[in-house]
Design a binder for this molecule. Structure first.
Ligand SMILES: [Zn+2]
Ligand SMILES: [Zn+2]
Length: 362
């Protein structure tokens, strides 16, 4: 039996999203049906709507979500109906080369539901990042459900499903930030502020926030930035150097996705420092023109960070616990709570830089 629910659909490139009737099948083998409780609005949803990811319209948007498992299909043993879960887009396969070598966070054969959600007329929907959670119910692979503490607010912890995890992981996992490190974060939106919070949690003592907008720099301080640099009024590289005793930062996190910013992050490092690229570039961007001798001579590492190199089953429950203990200000990422009909306006607020995250609450 299929369930008829309301969902936010992007029907065509650039067209405003609409609320449509979505048919969600009962879970088959290895699948879980989830009652969505909350779902954050992410830049990636907008990228789908703009045709920047692929052309598989229509899309069922939404992917930073928490919910309650309503039913599971045959053979599912890891989650049960009633479990409170954060959804993820890294349900690892356990069998590919990366998984077998004990590095499941690099799995490239991750699972999604096999059955399709459709419009009322049978048109197959493409769920954003294999989730599609701007809907009252969604169908995912059971491995996409990570049970976390029932005490947590779904609007807050759902954000771990994508952008906030990417930022936290950029510092804590990819950048391997440790006690006493200095960290500079370029771009202080949701992902960048999460990288700042992650750096603080990992013990960094100097955390430099770099942005072009004073409002964002102010907010960055609330997440743990100890210094701020406004790149529109001062040289970003010099600003980071000044904040780190003239050395440059041990870890520079690029959270914008722009060659110019990557170049700044590259030169703002101390010798043997690490650049973490977590901002997502567009396909037309080129690597900055940096003399190769500078790459060699400065040592260190340049590391792209995909989903913060997280392993949801390991990282989500622990980060939720840290939030509940008051050690990670996850709730500060929630700028506003909206309904399904507020997604289009939330895209505009995001583009204007007015919100860290608008969260749809169901
Ligand atoms: Zn795998
Ligand atoms: Zn996202």
């Amino acid at each position: 039996m299929a369930h008829e629910v309301r969902g936010v659909v992007a029907a065509a490139k650039g067209a405003p999203v609409t609320i449509e009737k979505v048919m969600v099948p009962d879970p088959g083998p290895g699948e879980a049906l989830v009652d969505v409780l909350a779902c954050g609005v992410c830049h990636t949803d907008l990228h789908y709507r703009e045709g920047g990811i692929n052309d598989d319209f229509p899309f069922l948007l939404g992917h930073e979500a928490a919910g309650r498992v309503a039913a599971v299909g045959e053979g599912v043993t890891d989650v049960s109906p009633g479990d409170f879960v954060v959804l993820n887009w890294r349900a690892v396969c356990g069998q590919c080369r990366a998984c077998r070598r004990g590095r499941p966070q690099y799995c490239f054969a991750t699972h999604n539901a096999t059955q399709k959600m459709t419009l009322e007329d049978g048109t197959v929907l493409s769920p954003a990042l294999g989730i599609g959670a701007f809907a009252e119910k969604t169908l995912v692979a059971a491995g996409q459900c990570t049970p976390v503490s029932q005490r947590a607010d779904p609007a807050v912890v759902g954000l771990l499903g994508c952008g906030v995890m990417a930022g936290l992981g950029a510092s804590m996992l990819t950048g391997n930030v440790g006690p006493g490190d200095s960290v500079a974060v370029f771009g202080c939106g949701g992902v960048g502020d999460a990288a700042i919070a992650g750096a603080r949690l990992a013990g960094a003592t100097t955390i430099v926030a770099v942005d072009l907008d004073d409002r964002k720099l102010q907010l960055a301080r609330q997440f743990g930035a100890t210094h701020t640099v406004n790149g529109s009024t001062e040289d970003a590289v010099e600003g980071v150097r000044a904040a780190t005793g003239g050395y440059g930062a041990d870890v520079c996190v690029e959270a914008v996705g722009h060659p110019k910013v990557l170049e700044q992050a590259f030169f703002a490092r101390d010798l043997a420092g690490t650049v973490v690229q977590v901002g997502v570039p567009t396909p037309d961007m080129q690597f900055p023109d940096i003399p190769m001798i500078e790459f060699f001579g400065r040592g260190g590492a340049l590391k792209p960070s995909w989903y913060g190199d997280c392993l949801p089953s390991r990282d989500f429950p622990l980060l939720v616990d840290l939030y509940l203990q008051g050690r990670l200000p996850l709730d500060r990422f929630v700028s506003e709570r909206i309904g399904l009909d507020g997604v289009e306006e939330a895209f505009h607020k995001m583009e204007r830089g007015e919100v860290l995250r608008s969260v749809v609450v169901l």
